[in-house]
Each structure stands twice: as structure tokens, then as C-alpha cells.
Design a binder for this molecule. Sequence first.
Ligand SMILES: [Zn+2]
Length: 394
Amino acid sequence: MIRFILFITLLTSLVFGSRAEEYYWEKGETFLIFLEKNSLPFSLYYNLDAEDKEAVAEIYAGTKYYVLRGDEDDIRQILIPVGGGELQLHIYKEKDNNFTACFTPAAYQESDKELVFELQISPYQDIMTITNSTLLAREFVNSFQGNVDFKRLRQGTNFVLLYREKTRLGSHFSNPLIKAAMVETGGKKEYVFFYEPKGRYYNNDGKEIEGFFLMTPLKFTRISSPFTLKRWHPILKKYQAHYGIDYAAPMGTPVKAAGDGRVTFVGTQNGYGKTVKIAHEGGYSTLYAHLNGFAKSLKSGKYVKKGELIAYVGNTGVSTGPHLHLGLYKNNQPINPSSVIKVAKSALTGKEKADFNEYANIMREKISEAQANKSSPDINGSFVYVVDIAGNTV
Ligand SMILES: [Zn+2]
């Protein structure tokens, strides 16, 4: 409860712009360097359990964080968004002047929005111009991959997007979720629907959209820890996160690239031990951690094929036994690898198909409504209309 009150105090001071200062996490800065820089005790790191130590390795360069100081310029509280920002590391001074660190959920606003527009330049460019969100533009283009050839669309093609977006202190935060979208060209309507139980996009007929697929990167004995973005642990009474899947496997088991891509990191990362990172198409990247060693000739900048040997299972970094930690990121935000790791695309059948059809019907209706409600042309003469669910034009 005290933690909660402190949290509110800090938020309030943020809103009123008092003594909370903004900083950006520096490139190459580890949590220990951060503690040293701010004369904070190393025990704040060493007292964390293994999962939490891994989580603090997910503070990215450029992350904006906040420091609240007392009258003597002493640090009272620090809030650092972790792993894309669903959780934040909260460091605060207790009454006895000792510091405590724990994870708290980040405060943000979530709103459902409708975007209706006519093609001017390209879907990507137009969405960028209207919403100022590269993440939304990118997600939209990815969602239709292989279904509609955007290069062949004419000016005046109609677009409708129903999406959910998170904002914090006025800025976009985390990947937007496109719930449904429609492109109408030559009287023909093409749809995509994000079907949440499957975590993927489907077309009008319930067929999965060709998207990005990964293979499981190793032969494993069991999944020792699943992906968790934010979870309240009822026994430990604290928030936890695990930004990847842990695969238990014997020491030395070959680890393969989960997809084609370019190696962006080979080395040691705080908490993760020996680590490889690969950048893939569509803003995806994978991270392989706790490795024992790397494949010969593997280095940053090298292109690898799906299934190519990159490393061997180990127990380096914060690890309690030989396993591979596989992280998957979309636009640098950790996402659950399980919807992306599969052999081939699949079609929905039976009850799943029936549920999907019901969902798609509702979404198609909402899209028609959004289209019917579109406002008068904006200054450029195109129909642009963004509303949130409360019906306020934004
Ligand atoms: Zn892990």
C-alpha cells in the first residue's frame, strides 16, 4: 500500500511538473553502472531474484525514466520502464533511509480508435501523416502482407482501421493492436482481423495471413518458464515479468537461428550471459541467451538462414541450469514467441472457425459504421477521421 501511495505521489508530481526529472538510459549502460552513477547500493541488483535480474537486462538505451529528489537533492524515487514499458522498476527510499526496488505496472491510457481515410501517397505514409505513429503504419502494412498488393492501389482507395492504442503522458507507447482493417478498392472489400485467441491475423475467410514464422531453435526437453509480460505473483506478492521462453536442454545442445536475418549482437549481456541477437524482417528480432559458446565465424553483421547453427546451450549469466532463453521482439517490444513459432500457417476449423466468424461479423459491422460516420473532408480535401471509443474526434 505504501508503495502504491508513493507511486501516486510520483505520478502527481509528474503531472504538476515539480521536481521529477527526466533522463534517458544511455547506450551500453548496465543496471550496476546506473546504481554506481547514482550512488545507490548494489544490493538493489543482487537482492533481485533470477527472473527480475533478467528483466532489468531489458532496460533499453533511450528509455525515458524519472527521478524524484527530496529537498537536499537526494534521490527519493526512480521509475524506469522495463521491457517496452508494461512494467516499471520502482526504486524508492524507505523511512529508514534504505532503498527498495520492485516492479510496478506502468500507468497508461488505453483507447479504441477508428481511422478512416482515402489513399493519397501510400498507406504507410498516409497513416504516418494522420496519426504520427510509425508503429501503427508498420503494423498495418504487415497485417495485410501477401493479401493486398499496396503498390497497385489507386488514389482514393478507402481504408478503415479499428485499433487499440496505449498512451502515457501524451505519447504513444507499445505496439498498437489492429483489431480489424479494411481496404476497399474497385468496390471490393479486403479485410484482416486480428483473432486474439490465436494471436495472429486472418482474412475474410478465416485463413491465416502469410506472416512472419519462426522455428523452434533447438531440441529441448521441456519449457521451464513461459513468456509473461506482466503477472502478479500471488505467493511472492509481487509483479513479475519474463520476456521470453526458457527451453531446458542439455549443455552443448546446438541452437539454430529461428528465422532468416542479420546478426546484430554476439557477446555478453548483463543478466543474459553469452547472447546472440538477430534482426528479422517486419521489425522482428530474436535474442538467444545463457549460451555456452557461439558457432565458429558467427559475428555481428553476418546474415544467417533459418535453421543455421549459431550457438550452443549453456548456463551463463543469471541461470539456474542449462537452458536457452529465447526472446522475441517486435519493434523492440517483447512479445510472446508462441504465436510466431510454428511450422506453417493453419486454417481455422470447427468451433474455432465459428467463433472467428462471429467475431469477424461484429468487426465488419463496426467497419461499416465507421465508414458511414466519416467526417467532412479535412484541409487536404481527403476524408480523414480518427475517433476514440468515447466518440470524441481527436
Ligand atoms: Zn528466461
